[in-house]
Design a protein around this ligand. Structure first.
Ligand SMILES: Cc1ncc(COP(=O)(O)O)c(C=O)c1O
Length: 395
């Protein structure tokens, strides 16, 4: 689709892809493990561009490729590679940039399993060195750079506490020191934040959240330059084999058609919910980058064009018993992990966090047992606010 069209037009239209499919308004699913050729020469020719020519679905599949091209266009990247999950994409990114003995700088508050991947896998098996930083100040990164620093891994806003990093400034610093930058952009989606345009080398998403949007697929994507993504294709993608399934790609294409509509509504609902919580007597603190009172609101406004529906807050009366009572009193907000789907969800990091981390690690990440996270869905916002209000009254 022509780059001059707006992104909502690009996401809705499948016109170009339909030339071989009877004008079908929805492209078909190529549910194939392999593709055949009519001659030795034809398959030999296909091997000259394995990234774009479907030969075997562990490498390239036409339905998956369609979704990759849409995501690349949306993120203003040259190309994209879809994976079986967000964690498969995160793992491929880290394994691509880091070798034994290298140094990584990342955040104290990046997504928990990404930290576990670093601690339990990269450090334990490959002797990778790691510096964990707060990340709200570029100096945090500058002072930790070592001669063997190969990757700065970001997530803005970060998990649970939603702290931002100044992406353009960090990308500039990294380029000066020839350090690669990768960033988990799941929260904002490529619609509301374009890290590649700010100089970040590799953009990462869990497509299991807003990009999928209906809580029915697990998927991940890497977006960046052709040179970088082709290198990842031949090593971490094809060899580790955590590929995206054609059916999942088809669901993702369906979801992308409504991405801008959904994100607009998530944003509208979330801003109203965040303001309600912020003004409520029973609430101590709301962490939501879209609130004018958010400490990094200026930076949020500078590097994002919108805000999604995930936020966290703390009750004034913060005993664990009361947090449990609050969560159990909600009716519309269902209790569950994950976020970014049509449905509103509530989760408290204390539910699983303290089982997976020590209390000190938990505190070091800036997370407390009184934190409550909500994913604001697409329901009527008055009903959502009434549900929160009832639960606040119950405590
Ligand atoms: C910020 C972030 N990044 C990555 C992931 C991992 O994605 P997936 O569950 O698709 O593997 C998640 C999942 O919750 C997430 O919240």
């Amino acid at each position: 689709m022509d780059d001059t069209f707006h992104s909502d037009t690009q996401m809705v239209s499948d016109v170009q892809q339909n030339t071989d499919s009877f004008g079908a308004v929805v492209p078909p699913i190529y549910q194939n493990s392999l593709f055949t050729f009519d001659s030795w020469q034809a398959i030999e020719h296909a091997f000259e561009d394995k990234v774009n020519n479907p030969i075997y679905t562990r490498g390239t599949n036409p339905t998956v490729r369609m979704a990759e091209q849409k995501l690349a266009q949306l993120a203003h990247g040259e190309t994209a590679k879809l994976f079986a999950s967000g964690m498969a994409a995160v793992s491929a990114a880290m394994l691509h940039f880091l070798s034994a003995g290298d140094h990584l700088i990342t955040l104290k508050n990046t997504y928990g399993p990404s930290i576990s991947l670093i601690n339990d896998f990269l450090i334990a098996k490959f002797n990778i060195e790691v510096s964990y930083v707060d990340g709200t100040d570029v100096e945090d990164f500058k002072k930790h750079i070592r001669p063997n620093t190969k990757l700065i891994y970001l997530e803005s806003p970060s998990s649970v506490v939603f702290k931002l990093q100044d992406l353009a400034a960090i990308a500039k610093l990294a380029k000066k020191h020839q350090i690669a930058t990768a960033m988990d952009n799941t929260w904002a989606t490529p619609l509301f934040q374009k890290p590649l345009s700010l100089g970040i080398d590799l953009e990462i998403h869990s497509c299991s959240k807003y990009l999928g949007g209906h809580s029915d697929i697990i998927a991940g994507v890497l977006i960046g330059s052709e040179q970088l993504l082709n290198a990842i294709h031949f090593r971490e993608y094809e060899l580790l084999g955590a590929k995206m399934a054609p059916m999942e790609a088809w669901f993702l294409l369906r979801s992308l058609r409504t991405l801008s509509l959904r994100m607009e509504k998530h944003q509208q609902n979330a801003l109203k919910v965040a303001n309600f919580l912020h003004q409520h007597d029973g609430i101590e603190k709301v962490n939501y980058p879209g609130l004018v009172s958010f400490p990094q609101y200026k930076l949020a406004n500078k590097q994002m064009t919108g805000y999604s529906g995930l936020m966290s807050f703390q009750l004034k009366t913060c005993t664990l018993t009361q947090v449990k009572l609050f969560v159990n009193s909600l009716q519309l907000f269902q209790i569950g992990v994950s976020w970014g789907g049509h449905e509103s969800l509530v989760y408290a990091p204390a539910i699983s966090g303290l089982k997976e981390q020590s209390a000190e690690q938990f505190e070091q990440m800036g997370i407390s047992t009184s934190d409550i996270r909500i994913s604001v869905g697409l329901e009527n916002v008055e009903d959502l606010i009434a549900d929160l209000d009832n639960a606040l009254q119950a405590i």
